[in-house]
Design a binder for this molecule. Structure first.
Ligand SMILES: [Zn+2]
Length: 113
């Protein structure tokens, strides 16, 4: 049975495909629009800084520490005992490390702890 041209609409399959495509595009666009992908990087960076800080505290008390009672001279001294590789900011920031008190700050201002 053929319907007249004025009564034709979309098939169920066409509607499902269109709604799915709108959903996928919204799922990609909305987090970017709200800046959620940026905050995920900031959270990962803060977690890295916390892990470095914890490793420095363990290093301070470690029997394998070549300078007992002192924090590592640089973050690279924590490799390979505490990290497989030197932790890096997941974004473009670089870590600044102060061996006097083992404070770590990221060069990216939005990643400060
Ligand atoms: Zn960072």
């Amino acid at each position: 049975m053929k319907r007249p041209e004025s009564e034709r609409g979309f098939t169920l399959l066409e509607l499902v495909v269109a709604i799915t495509m709108i959903g996928v595009m919204t799922g990609i666009a909305v987090p970017r629009f709200l800046g959620l992908d940026e905050s995920a990087e900031a959270a990962a960076c803060r977690q890295n800084q916390g892990a470095i800080q914890s490793a420095c505290n363990m290093y301070l008390l470690d029997d394998a520490n070549p300078n007992p009672g002192q924090y590592p001279g640089q973050i690279g001294d924590l490799v390979p005992r505490y990290f497989d590789a030197e932790p890096e900011c997941p974004s473009t920031g670089r870590y600044a490390y102060d061996p006097a008190d083992a404070t770590i700050t990221c060069g990216d201002a939005g990643h400060r702890m």
